[in-house]
Ligand binder design. Structure first.
Ligand code: 6LW
Length: 490
Protein backbone atom coordinates (compact mmCIF):
# COMPACT_ATOMS: atom_id res chain seq x y z
CA UNK A 1 0.00 0.00 0.00
CA UNK A 2 2.23 2.73 -1.34
CA UNK A 3 -0.06 4.47 -3.82
CA UNK A 4 -0.06 7.87 -5.49
CA UNK A 5 3.75 8.14 -5.49
CA UNK A 6 5.31 11.56 -5.88
CA UNK A 7 9.04 11.84 -6.44
CA UNK A 8 11.71 14.53 -6.58
CA UNK A 9 15.48 14.65 -6.86
CA UNK A 10 17.95 16.80 -4.95
CA UNK A 11 21.46 16.32 -6.32
CA UNK A 12 22.08 12.58 -6.23
CA UNK A 13 19.28 11.83 -3.79
CA UNK A 14 15.73 10.87 -4.66
CA UNK A 15 12.77 11.29 -2.31
CA UNK A 16 9.33 9.78 -2.62
CA UNK A 17 6.03 10.25 -0.74
CA UNK A 18 2.80 8.21 -0.76
CA UNK A 19 -0.80 8.37 0.47
CA UNK A 20 -1.72 6.96 3.87
CA UNK A 21 -5.55 7.31 4.14
CA UNK A 22 -6.98 6.63 7.62
CA UNK A 23 -3.64 5.57 9.08
CA UNK A 24 -1.46 7.59 11.44
CA UNK A 25 1.21 8.84 10.98
CA UNK A 26 0.46 10.16 7.51
CA UNK A 27 2.51 10.39 4.30
CA UNK A 28 5.51 8.07 4.53
CA UNK A 29 8.72 9.51 3.04
CA UNK A 30 11.37 7.37 1.35
CA UNK A 31 14.92 8.02 0.20
CA UNK A 32 16.92 6.35 -2.58
CA UNK A 33 20.19 6.85 -4.43
CA UNK A 34 19.31 4.66 -7.40
CA UNK A 35 15.49 4.89 -7.83
CA UNK A 36 15.30 1.13 -7.17
CA UNK A 37 16.15 0.64 -3.49
CA UNK A 38 14.07 2.78 -1.14
CA UNK A 39 14.29 3.28 2.58
CA UNK A 40 11.61 4.89 4.70
CA UNK A 41 13.19 7.86 6.46
CA UNK A 42 10.13 9.26 8.19
CA UNK A 43 6.57 10.47 7.90
CA UNK A 44 5.44 13.99 7.05
CA UNK A 45 2.32 14.11 9.26
CA UNK A 46 3.45 12.58 12.53
CA UNK A 47 2.09 14.95 15.16
CA UNK A 48 -1.56 15.54 16.13
CA UNK A 49 -0.94 19.23 15.35
CA UNK A 50 -0.34 18.18 11.73
CA UNK A 51 -2.94 15.50 11.18
CA UNK A 52 -6.35 14.74 12.61
CA UNK A 53 -8.31 11.87 11.10
CA UNK A 54 -11.44 11.87 13.26
CA UNK A 55 -13.44 8.73 13.99
CA UNK A 56 -16.15 10.04 11.68
CA UNK A 57 -13.75 9.49 8.75
CA UNK A 58 -14.47 6.23 6.97
CA UNK A 59 -11.77 3.81 5.91
CA UNK A 60 -10.01 5.06 2.77
CA UNK A 61 -10.80 8.63 3.83
CA UNK A 62 -8.01 10.71 5.33
CA UNK A 63 -4.77 11.46 3.55
CA UNK A 64 -4.80 11.32 -0.28
CA UNK A 65 -2.21 11.82 -2.95
CA UNK A 66 0.68 14.10 -1.97
CA UNK A 67 2.99 16.07 -4.24
CA UNK A 68 6.60 16.29 -3.06
CA UNK A 69 8.88 18.98 -4.50
CA UNK A 70 12.18 20.66 -3.63
CA UNK A 71 12.28 24.38 -4.28
CA UNK A 72 14.32 27.26 -2.93
CA UNK A 73 16.27 25.08 -0.49
CA UNK A 74 13.21 23.45 1.05
CA UNK A 75 11.03 20.39 0.57
CA UNK A 76 7.37 21.16 -0.05
CA UNK A 77 4.63 18.60 0.47
CA UNK A 78 1.03 19.34 -0.42
CA UNK A 79 -1.73 16.84 0.29
CA UNK A 80 -5.46 16.53 0.95
CA UNK A 81 -6.94 15.30 4.23
CA UNK A 82 -10.37 14.00 3.19
CA UNK A 83 -11.90 14.26 6.67
CA UNK A 84 -14.13 16.51 8.77
CA UNK A 85 -11.96 19.51 9.52
CA UNK A 86 -9.41 18.40 6.90
CA UNK A 87 -8.61 20.19 3.66
CA UNK A 88 -5.55 20.93 1.56
CA UNK A 89 -2.42 20.93 3.73
CA UNK A 90 1.05 22.24 2.85
CA UNK A 91 4.12 21.37 4.94
CA UNK A 92 7.78 22.23 4.48
CA UNK A 93 11.08 20.83 5.74
CA UNK A 94 14.76 21.41 5.14
CA UNK A 95 15.44 17.70 5.70
CA UNK A 96 13.00 15.27 4.08
CA UNK A 97 13.39 13.00 7.12
CA UNK A 98 11.79 15.77 9.17
CA UNK A 99 10.79 17.45 11.23
CA UNK A 100 8.14 18.79 8.89
CA UNK A 101 6.34 22.03 9.70
CA UNK A 102 2.81 22.20 10.97
CA UNK A 103 0.64 22.50 7.87
CA UNK A 104 -0.50 25.69 6.27
CA UNK A 105 -4.10 25.23 5.15
CA UNK A 106 -4.53 26.12 1.47
CA UNK A 107 -7.92 27.66 0.81
CA UNK A 108 -9.63 27.74 -2.56
CA UNK A 109 -8.41 24.37 -3.84
CA UNK A 110 -11.67 22.68 -4.83
CA UNK A 111 -10.30 19.23 -5.58
CA UNK A 112 -8.05 16.39 -4.44
CA UNK A 113 -4.54 15.60 -5.70
CA UNK A 114 -2.94 19.05 -5.35
CA UNK A 115 0.33 19.72 -7.19
CA UNK A 116 2.83 22.54 -6.74
CA UNK A 117 4.91 24.21 -9.46
CA UNK A 118 6.77 27.52 -9.57
CA UNK A 119 7.28 29.60 -12.69
CA UNK A 120 10.24 31.86 -13.47
CA UNK A 121 8.40 34.89 -12.09
CA UNK A 122 8.12 33.14 -8.72
CA UNK A 123 4.39 32.41 -9.01
CA UNK A 124 3.33 29.20 -7.26
CA UNK A 125 0.66 27.26 -9.14
CA UNK A 126 -1.48 24.68 -7.41
CA UNK A 127 -3.05 22.32 -9.95
CA UNK A 128 -5.63 19.78 -8.77
CA UNK A 129 -8.06 17.07 -9.89
CA UNK A 130 -10.58 18.27 -12.40
CA UNK A 131 -8.15 19.48 -13.90
CA UNK A 132 -8.00 23.04 -12.53
CA UNK A 133 -5.38 25.42 -11.26
CA UNK A 134 -5.11 28.35 -8.90
CA UNK A 135 -2.23 30.63 -7.95
CA UNK A 136 -1.42 30.46 -4.25
CA UNK A 137 0.90 31.99 -1.71
CA UNK A 138 2.56 28.81 -0.41
CA UNK A 139 3.70 30.50 2.79
CA UNK A 140 0.22 31.56 3.92
CA UNK A 141 -1.98 29.20 1.90
CA UNK A 142 -3.93 32.16 0.50
CA UNK A 143 -5.38 31.90 -3.00
CA UNK A 144 -4.20 34.65 -5.35
CA UNK A 145 -6.81 34.93 -8.08
CA UNK A 146 -9.63 32.78 -9.42
CA UNK A 147 -9.24 29.09 -10.32
CA UNK A 148 -9.05 28.19 -14.01
CA UNK A 149 -9.86 24.95 -15.76
CA UNK A 150 -6.92 23.50 -17.71
CA UNK A 151 -7.82 20.22 -19.35
CA UNK A 152 -10.09 17.20 -18.84
CA UNK A 153 -8.07 14.50 -20.54
CA UNK A 154 -9.62 12.27 -23.20
CA UNK A 155 -13.21 13.24 -24.14
CA UNK A 156 -15.59 11.22 -21.96
CA UNK A 157 -12.88 9.62 -19.82
CA UNK A 158 -13.80 9.52 -16.16
CA UNK A 159 -11.86 11.04 -13.27
CA UNK A 160 -9.20 13.34 -14.71
CA UNK A 161 -6.98 13.59 -11.63
CA UNK A 162 -3.49 13.30 -10.18
CA UNK A 163 -2.04 16.29 -12.10
CA UNK A 164 1.64 17.10 -11.99
CA UNK A 165 2.98 20.15 -13.80
CA UNK A 166 6.60 20.46 -14.99
CA UNK A 167 8.65 22.99 -16.84
CA UNK A 168 10.76 20.91 -19.27
CA UNK A 169 12.65 22.76 -22.00
CA UNK A 170 10.36 25.28 -23.67
CA UNK A 171 7.13 23.67 -22.52
CA UNK A 172 4.95 23.21 -19.49
CA UNK A 173 3.89 19.57 -19.33
CA UNK A 174 0.70 18.53 -17.55
CA UNK A 175 0.73 14.85 -16.61
CA UNK A 176 -2.60 13.44 -15.40
CA UNK A 177 -4.31 10.16 -14.57
CA UNK A 178 -7.68 9.25 -16.04
CA UNK A 179 -10.09 6.35 -16.24
CA UNK A 180 -10.34 5.83 -12.47
CA UNK A 181 -7.88 4.04 -10.25
CA UNK A 182 -9.16 0.55 -11.12
CA UNK A 183 -8.70 -1.52 -14.29
CA UNK A 184 -9.32 1.48 -16.61
CA UNK A 185 -6.52 3.57 -15.11
CA UNK A 186 -4.26 5.47 -17.53
CA UNK A 187 -1.67 8.25 -17.72
CA UNK A 188 -2.01 11.06 -20.25
CA UNK A 189 -0.08 14.24 -20.92
CA UNK A 190 -0.53 17.63 -22.55
CA UNK A 191 1.76 20.61 -23.02
CA UNK A 192 1.55 24.36 -23.25
CA UNK A 193 3.76 27.42 -23.50
CA UNK A 194 2.53 28.74 -20.14
CA UNK A 195 1.31 27.08 -16.92
CA UNK A 196 -2.26 28.22 -17.59
CA UNK A 197 -2.39 26.73 -21.09
CA UNK A 198 -3.88 26.39 -23.63
CA UNK A 199 -2.88 22.73 -23.44
CA UNK A 200 -2.23 20.55 -26.47
CA UNK A 201 -2.81 16.84 -25.73
CA UNK A 202 -0.13 14.34 -26.72
CA UNK A 203 -1.28 12.54 -29.90
CA UNK A 204 -0.21 9.22 -28.35
CA UNK A 205 -2.42 9.54 -25.24
CA UNK A 206 -2.77 7.62 -23.05
CA UNK A 207 1.00 7.33 -22.78
CA UNK A 208 0.59 4.47 -20.30
CA UNK A 209 -2.24 2.07 -19.53
CA UNK A 210 -2.59 -1.65 -18.92
CA UNK A 211 -6.36 -1.64 -19.37
CA UNK A 212 -7.82 -4.60 -21.17
CA UNK A 213 -4.62 -6.62 -20.95
CA UNK A 214 -3.65 -9.71 -18.99
CA UNK A 215 -0.39 -8.19 -17.84
CA UNK A 216 0.56 -9.14 -14.27
CA UNK A 217 0.59 -5.50 -13.20
CA UNK A 218 -2.78 -3.78 -13.61
CA UNK A 219 -4.46 -0.43 -12.79
CA UNK A 220 -1.31 1.47 -13.83
CA UNK A 221 -1.70 5.22 -13.39
CA UNK A 222 -1.26 8.17 -11.03
CA UNK A 223 2.30 8.90 -12.12
CA UNK A 224 5.04 11.42 -11.47
CA UNK A 225 8.20 12.13 -13.51
CA UNK A 226 11.79 12.67 -12.43
CA UNK A 227 14.99 13.44 -14.31
CA UNK A 228 17.85 11.29 -13.04
CA UNK A 229 21.38 12.54 -12.38
CA UNK A 230 22.52 11.25 -15.79
CA UNK A 231 19.77 13.13 -17.66
CA UNK A 232 17.58 10.06 -18.19
CA UNK A 233 13.90 10.28 -17.29
CA UNK A 234 11.84 7.96 -15.11
CA UNK A 235 8.23 7.61 -14.10
CA UNK A 236 6.92 6.42 -10.75
CA UNK A 237 3.34 5.22 -10.80
CA UNK A 238 0.88 3.08 -8.95
CA UNK A 239 -0.19 -0.39 -10.02
CA UNK A 240 -1.58 -3.56 -8.50
CA UNK A 241 -0.73 -7.24 -8.72
CA UNK A 242 -4.00 -9.15 -8.83
CA UNK A 243 -3.93 -12.88 -8.09
CA UNK A 244 -6.34 -15.75 -8.30
CA UNK A 245 -7.66 -15.71 -11.85
CA UNK A 246 -9.22 -13.05 -14.05
CA UNK A 247 -9.81 -10.23 -13.29
CA UNK A 248 -8.32 -11.24 -9.95
CA UNK A 249 -8.04 -9.84 -6.48
CA UNK A 250 -5.26 -7.60 -5.23
CA UNK A 251 -4.49 -7.68 -1.54
CA UNK A 252 -1.43 -5.44 -1.02
CA UNK A 253 -3.24 -2.29 -2.07
CA UNK A 254 -1.79 -0.15 -4.82
CA UNK A 255 2.00 -0.31 -4.98
CA UNK A 256 4.66 2.00 -6.42
CA UNK A 257 6.35 0.97 -9.69
CA UNK A 258 9.15 2.51 -11.73
CA UNK A 259 9.28 2.77 -15.54
CA UNK A 260 11.89 4.21 -17.92
CA UNK A 261 10.90 7.21 -20.03
CA UNK A 262 12.36 8.37 -23.33
CA UNK A 263 11.46 11.51 -25.26
CA UNK A 264 10.32 11.37 -28.90
CA UNK A 265 9.31 14.56 -30.73
CA UNK A 266 8.98 16.38 -27.43
CA UNK A 267 6.67 13.80 -25.84
CA UNK A 268 7.49 11.20 -23.16
CA UNK A 269 7.32 7.55 -24.17
CA UNK A 270 6.95 5.12 -21.26
CA UNK A 271 8.74 1.78 -21.28
CA UNK A 272 7.71 -1.49 -19.77
CA UNK A 273 6.10 -1.79 -16.33
CA UNK A 274 6.79 -5.43 -15.58
CA UNK A 275 7.48 -7.44 -12.43
CA UNK A 276 11.12 -7.88 -13.50
CA UNK A 277 12.85 -5.15 -15.47
CA UNK A 278 16.34 -4.13 -16.52
CA UNK A 279 18.04 -2.15 -13.78
CA UNK A 280 18.83 1.51 -14.50
CA UNK A 281 22.29 1.95 -16.04
CA UNK A 282 24.11 2.96 -12.88
CA UNK A 283 25.50 1.14 -9.84
CA UNK A 284 22.94 -0.23 -7.44
CA UNK A 285 22.68 1.45 -4.06
CA UNK A 286 21.02 -1.13 -1.80
CA UNK A 287 19.55 -0.01 1.49
CA UNK A 288 19.67 -2.00 4.73
CA UNK A 289 16.98 -4.69 4.95
CA UNK A 290 14.66 -3.67 7.77
CA UNK A 291 14.99 -6.11 10.70
CA UNK A 292 12.34 -8.82 10.65
CA UNK A 293 11.73 -8.51 14.38
CA UNK A 294 10.84 -5.51 16.51
CA UNK A 295 11.72 -6.33 20.12
CA UNK A 296 10.20 -3.13 21.47
CA UNK A 297 13.47 -2.34 23.21
CA UNK A 298 13.78 1.19 21.80
CA UNK A 299 12.48 4.49 23.12
CA UNK A 300 10.04 5.17 20.32
CA UNK A 301 8.21 3.40 17.53
CA UNK A 302 9.84 3.00 14.11
CA UNK A 303 8.46 5.08 11.27
CA UNK A 304 6.75 2.14 9.55
CA UNK A 305 4.28 1.43 12.37
CA UNK A 306 0.71 2.45 11.63
CA UNK A 307 -2.18 3.20 13.98
CA UNK A 308 -5.80 3.54 12.87
CA UNK A 309 -6.77 7.24 12.64
CA UNK A 310 -4.77 8.42 15.66
CA UNK A 311 -2.29 7.27 18.27
CA UNK A 312 -3.41 8.75 21.62
CA UNK A 313 -0.55 8.70 24.12
CA UNK A 314 -2.62 6.80 26.70
CA UNK A 315 -3.30 3.85 24.36
CA UNK A 316 0.26 2.55 24.04
CA UNK A 317 3.48 2.34 26.01
CA UNK A 318 6.98 0.95 25.64
CA UNK A 319 7.83 1.62 29.29
CA UNK A 320 4.90 0.24 31.30
CA UNK A 321 6.59 -3.13 31.01
CA UNK A 322 10.07 -2.40 29.64
CA UNK A 323 10.92 -4.35 26.49
CA UNK A 324 7.24 -4.97 25.75
CA UNK A 325 4.66 -2.99 23.82
CA UNK A 326 1.53 -2.41 25.91
CA UNK A 327 -1.68 -1.58 24.05
CA UNK A 328 -4.69 -0.32 26.03
CA UNK A 329 -8.08 -0.94 24.45
CA UNK A 330 -10.49 1.88 23.62
CA UNK A 331 -12.69 0.54 20.83
CA UNK A 332 -14.03 -2.89 21.68
CA UNK A 333 -13.03 -4.58 18.44
CA UNK A 334 -11.52 -4.32 14.98
CA UNK A 335 -14.98 -3.18 13.81
CA UNK A 336 -14.54 0.12 15.65
CA UNK A 337 -13.01 3.25 14.14
CA UNK A 338 -10.96 3.83 17.30
CA UNK A 339 -9.58 0.28 17.62
CA UNK A 340 -6.17 0.29 19.27
CA UNK A 341 -4.13 -1.40 16.58
CA UNK A 342 -0.47 -1.10 15.66
CA UNK A 343 0.50 -2.68 12.37
CA UNK A 344 2.58 -2.54 9.23
CA UNK A 345 1.77 -2.85 5.58
CA UNK A 346 1.75 -6.38 4.18
CA UNK A 347 4.40 -5.73 1.52
CA UNK A 348 4.99 -9.25 0.22
CA UNK A 349 2.65 -11.68 -1.46
CA UNK A 350 3.73 -14.38 1.00
CA UNK A 351 4.88 -13.81 4.55
CA UNK A 352 4.75 -15.09 8.11
CA UNK A 353 3.86 -12.81 11.01
CA UNK A 354 4.34 -13.82 14.63
CA UNK A 355 4.07 -12.24 18.03
CA UNK A 356 4.40 -13.21 21.67
CA UNK A 357 1.35 -11.82 23.45
CA UNK A 358 0.58 -11.69 27.16
CA UNK A 359 -3.13 -11.04 27.61
CA UNK A 360 -2.85 -10.94 31.42
CA UNK A 361 -5.16 -7.95 31.82
CA UNK A 362 -7.18 -8.03 28.64
CA UNK A 363 -7.87 -9.63 25.29
CA UNK A 364 -6.04 -8.99 22.04
CA UNK A 365 -3.87 -10.50 19.36
CA UNK A 366 -2.87 -10.33 15.71
CA UNK A 367 -5.04 -9.08 12.89
CA UNK A 368 -4.93 -8.76 9.14
CA UNK A 369 -6.88 -5.60 8.43
CA UNK A 370 -8.28 -4.30 5.18
CA UNK A 371 -10.77 -1.98 6.88
CA UNK A 372 -13.39 -2.00 9.69
CA UNK A 373 -15.63 -4.33 7.71
CA UNK A 374 -12.99 -6.69 6.36
CA UNK A 375 -10.49 -8.28 8.71
CA UNK A 376 -9.33 -11.58 10.14
CA UNK A 377 -7.84 -11.89 13.60
CA UNK A 378 -6.50 -14.33 16.11
CA UNK A 379 -6.83 -13.20 19.68
CA UNK A 380 -6.16 -14.55 23.13
CA UNK A 381 -7.85 -13.83 26.45
CA UNK A 382 -10.10 -15.42 29.08
CA UNK A 383 -8.24 -18.73 28.76
CA UNK A 384 -9.00 -19.12 25.08
CA UNK A 385 -7.54 -18.46 21.62
CA UNK A 386 -10.09 -17.47 18.97
CA UNK A 387 -9.88 -16.95 15.25
CA UNK A 388 -12.34 -14.25 14.17
CA UNK A 389 -13.42 -13.21 10.71
CA UNK A 390 -15.44 -10.27 9.49
CA UNK A 391 -16.42 -10.07 5.81
CA UNK A 392 -18.81 -7.18 5.19
CA UNK A 393 -21.90 -7.75 7.34
CA UNK A 394 -20.94 -11.34 8.20
CA UNK A 395 -19.09 -11.91 11.46
CA UNK A 396 -17.90 -15.30 12.61
CA UNK A 397 -15.83 -17.02 15.29
CA UNK A 398 -14.08 -19.53 13.08
CA UNK A 399 -12.17 -21.55 15.68
CA UNK A 400 -11.49 -21.62 19.41
CA UNK A 401 -9.07 -23.50 21.59
CA UNK A 402 -8.33 -23.32 25.32
CA UNK A 403 -4.91 -22.08 26.45
CA UNK A 404 -3.13 -21.96 29.78
CA UNK A 405 -2.55 -18.57 31.41
CA UNK A 406 0.62 -16.73 30.36
CA UNK A 407 2.16 -15.53 27.11
CA UNK A 408 1.09 -17.20 23.86
CA UNK A 409 2.82 -17.16 20.49
CA UNK A 410 0.38 -16.31 17.71
CA UNK A 411 1.19 -16.80 14.05
CA UNK A 412 -0.38 -15.77 10.75
CA UNK A 413 0.93 -17.10 7.46
CA UNK A 414 -0.04 -15.58 4.16
CA UNK A 415 0.51 -18.18 1.45
CA UNK A 416 0.53 -17.11 -2.14
CA UNK A 417 0.47 -19.83 -4.76
CA UNK A 418 3.29 -19.94 -7.27
CA UNK A 419 2.41 -18.54 -10.69
CA UNK A 420 0.22 -21.00 -12.57
CA UNK A 421 -0.47 -22.96 -9.41
CA UNK A 422 -3.85 -21.47 -8.50
CA UNK A 423 -5.82 -22.62 -5.52
CA UNK A 424 -8.87 -24.57 -6.65
CA UNK A 425 -11.26 -21.90 -5.41
CA UNK A 426 -9.32 -19.20 -7.32
CA UNK A 427 -8.49 -17.32 -4.15
CA UNK A 428 -5.46 -15.04 -4.57
CA UNK A 429 -3.92 -16.39 -1.38
CA UNK A 430 -4.72 -18.29 1.80
CA UNK A 431 -4.25 -17.06 5.37
CA UNK A 432 -3.43 -19.56 8.09
CA UNK A 433 -3.99 -18.60 11.72
CA UNK A 434 -2.71 -20.53 14.70
CA UNK A 435 -0.53 -20.84 17.76
CA UNK A 436 3.11 -21.71 17.86
CA UNK A 437 4.85 -24.02 20.33
CA UNK A 438 8.18 -22.89 21.81
CA UNK A 439 9.97 -25.29 19.40
CA UNK A 440 8.38 -23.39 16.48
CA UNK A 441 5.76 -26.07 15.68
CA UNK A 442 2.69 -24.42 14.14
CA UNK A 443 -0.78 -25.56 15.18
CA UNK A 444 -3.13 -24.20 12.52
CA UNK A 445 -6.58 -23.34 13.86
CA UNK A 446 -8.07 -21.94 10.64
CA UNK A 447 -7.23 -21.37 6.98
CA UNK A 448 -9.15 -18.49 5.43
CA UNK A 449 -9.68 -17.36 1.84
CA UNK A 450 -7.62 -14.26 1.00
CA UNK A 451 -9.98 -12.77 -1.56
CA UNK A 452 -12.24 -11.36 1.18
CA UNK A 453 -9.38 -9.16 2.34
CA UNK A 454 -8.84 -7.71 -1.13
CA UNK A 455 -9.66 -4.29 -2.54
CA UNK A 456 -11.91 -5.85 -5.18
CA UNK A 457 -14.17 -7.14 -2.37
CA UNK A 458 -13.80 -4.38 0.22
CA UNK A 459 -13.62 -1.39 -2.16
CA UNK A 460 -11.65 1.67 -1.22
CA UNK A 461 -8.04 2.60 -1.74
CA UNK A 462 -6.06 0.63 0.82
CA UNK A 463 -4.37 -2.74 1.14
CA UNK A 464 -3.76 -5.10 4.01
CA UNK A 465 -2.11 -3.96 7.20
CA UNK A 466 -1.02 -6.68 9.66
CA UNK A 467 -0.54 -5.93 13.31
CA UNK A 468 -1.33 -6.21 16.98
CA UNK A 469 -4.49 -4.99 18.67
CA UNK A 470 -6.14 -4.75 22.08
CA UNK A 471 -9.85 -5.59 22.23
CA UNK A 472 -10.24 -5.20 26.01
CA UNK A 473 -8.01 -4.06 28.85
CA UNK A 474 -4.22 -3.92 28.53
CA UNK A 475 -2.46 -6.40 26.27
CA UNK A 476 1.34 -6.81 26.11
CA UNK A 477 3.49 -7.85 23.18
CA UNK A 478 7.12 -8.90 23.69
CA UNK A 479 8.03 -8.81 20.00
CA UNK A 480 6.53 -8.72 16.53
CA UNK A 481 8.15 -10.54 13.66
CA UNK A 482 7.40 -10.12 9.93
CA UNK A 483 9.21 -12.52 7.59
CA UNK A 484 8.74 -12.29 3.83
CA UNK A 485 8.71 -15.69 2.17
CA UNK A 486 10.10 -14.45 -1.11
CA UNK A 487 13.05 -12.45 -2.34
CA UNK A 488 11.21 -9.23 -2.91
CA UNK A 489 12.51 -5.87 -1.83
CA UNK A 490 9.11 -4.20 -1.82
C1 6LW B 1 -6.27 9.66 -5.42
C2 6LW B 1 -6.56 9.64 -6.85
C3 6LW B 1 -6.36 8.22 -7.04
O1 6LW B 1 -6.47 10.85 -4.76
O2 6LW B 1 -6.90 7.57 -5.97
O3 6LW B 1 -5.28 6.60 -8.23
C4 6LW B 1 -7.15 8.54 -4.99
N1 6LW B 1 -5.62 7.77 -7.96
O4 6LW B 1 -5.72 10.39 -7.63
C5 6LW B 1 -6.79 8.04 -3.63
O5 6LW B 1 -5.53 7.42 -3.65
Amino acid sequence: MHPDPSVCRVGEDYYLACSSFEYFPGVPIFHSRDLVHWEQIGNVLERPSQLVVPNTTSSSGGVYAPTLRHHDGRFWLIVTNVADGGGTLLCTATDAAGPWSDPVRVSGVAGIDPDLAWDDEGNCWCTYAGIAQVRIDPDTGRTLGPPRRLWSGAPGAQAPEAPHLYRIGDHWYLLIAEGGTERGHAVSIARAAAPGGPYEPCPANPILTHRGTNRPIQNTGHADLVEAVDGSWWMVLLGVRPGGGTPGWHVLGRETFLAPVTWVDGWPVVGDVAPVMAAPPWPAHPVPTPPARDDFDTDGLSAHWLSVRSRPADTWSLTERPGWLTLRAVGASLDDPDVVFLGRRQQHLSCAVRTLVDPAAGRGGLAVRLDERHHYGIEVGDGEVRVLARIGSVRSTVATRPVAAGPVRLRVEVLNPSPGDRYPGKEPDALRFGVEASDGGFEVLATLDGRYLSTEVAGGFTGRVIGMYAATGSVRFDWFDYQPHEQETA
